[in-house]
Design a protein around this ligand. Structure first.
Ligand SMILES: [Zn+2]
Length: 386
């Protein structure tokens, strides 16, 4: 499917469309002409690397082909992005919220924030193909339900999905935030296309997204990658998951803020904590977290032997302050070459970008206007309607 290739890859030359779809040159050419006539395709030429010769035309889907909404519900924020099917982010918004924010207040905020972001993008609501919601909690992917009730006060992934679905009349998916961060890096990051990557989300909580052979690995029940809840100290502090001494209690942003006991830590957000990393108390807490994190990442490297470990979330911008010990530890892994530990291309925006990537990558669930256009249908290869 020509549209699928463009959604998956963002942009493609005619040659790439031929090789990826197996259609003949003539069929691809006539489909491209038809779709251009309908205003669904845009053609651009970028200079070649050598600056010599005529560069091949690259085709992308126009915004009239469809728009997607990404929503990220975090422990201390809500973020919304609107993007088109060529992977351009047209507008995005971030709202900081106090820890323990509830759905009663938060759900109307999400709806208002989506409307404002759509307005800013100048989006026609009829052009929406779907939305995905990123949630900072373990999510059973098929049902969109949290696997631990009460993890975000009053929030339910499915209820929020229903509200958004009814308001804009679109299909809505719910996914774990770290899984979406991994998908975003796989789709947009510097290492896009890496076959096996681990994405560690270091925000208020600690999450892990696992991409194996290009797909998110969910496990049998959907909770694979709950890396933050492996036990570091069985006699340690009680974690929200019900057990003691979880890794997240040592390296998660929320626990860092709590350990610091700063007078303003309840209202402080992680981006502020990062800005104040020079403060000796904050620096010492980050050092302690970095040492425990290095042990955790070494375990992941041994278990998965990934191509790369990517660190995202708001704390990722701490860079070597947080990752120095982990990078050192990779040199001491006994098998194979040291595994690179890189900061995410999309830093704190990974989850909301991943929500967009999920809509773009699943064209069977999120049907676009290009796929249902007469040009594509006439080739007998349109996607099924919903
Ligand atoms: Zn735990």
């Amino acid at each position: 499917m020509l549209v699928d290739v463009l959604r998956r890859e963002g942009a493609a030359t005619r040659g790439r469309l031929i090789s990826a779809t197996g259609l003949s040159r003539a069929t691809v050419s006539s489909l491209v002409v038809e779709m251009q006539k309908e205003g669904l395709l845009c053609e651009t030429r970028y200079p070649t690397a050598t600056g010599q010769g005529r560069p091949p035309a690259r085709l992308t889907l126009e915004r009239s082909a469809g728009l997607a909404i990404g929503v990220d519900v975090g422990v201390r924020h809500i973020a919304v992005a609107v993007g088109d099917l060529s992977r351009r982010v047209l507008a995005e918004r971030w709202i900081s919220l106090p820890h323990g924010h509830s759905a009663d207040h938060g759900a109307p905020t999400v709806l208002r924030c989506i409307q404002e972001t759509l307005d800013e993008a100048g989006a026609d609501p009829h052009g929406l193909v779907g939305a995905a919601i990123s949630i900072a909690a373990p999510v059973a992917p098929e049902r969109g339900q949290f696997m631990i009730p009460g993890v975000l006060p009053g929030w339910s992934g499915q209820q929020l999905a229903n509200l958004i679905g009814e308001r804009w009349d679109i299909p809505v998916a719910v996914e774990n935030d770290a899984n979406l961060g991994a998908l975003a890096e796989h789709t947009w990051g510097d290492l896009q296309g890496a076959t096996s990557l681990l994405y560690v989300k270091m925000a208020s909580r600690l999450g892990l997204g696992i991409v194996i052979d290009g797909s998110i690995y969910h496990g049998a029940q959907g909770s694979a990658g709950e890396f933050g809840h492996i036990t570091v100290d069985p006699a340690g502090e009680l974690c929200w998951c019900g057990r003691r001494g979880c890794l997240e209690m040592y390296v998660g942003g929320e626990s860092l803020l709590r350990q610091l006991e700063l007078p303003d830590s309840a209202a402080m957000d992680l981006r502020e904590l990062v800005l104040r990393a020079e403060d000796p108390r904050i620096g010492a807490a980050i050092n302690r977290a970095a040492t425990v994190l290095a042990q955790g990442l070494s375990t992941l490297a041994l278990l998965f032997n990934p191509s790369v470990i990517i660190i995202g979330g708001e704390l990722a911008v701490l860079g070597d302050l947080l990752l120095g010990p982990a990078r050192q530890a990779m040199n001491n892994i006994p098998f194979g070459r040291p595994i690179p530990v890189k900061t995410a291309t999309l830093d704190g925006r990974g989850s909301v970008a991943g929500a967009l990537a999920l809509v773009l990558s699943d064209s069977s669930r999120f049907t676009d206007h290009a796929a249902t256009s007469p040009a594509v249908r006439s080739a007998g290869r349109g996607l099924p309607h919903h």
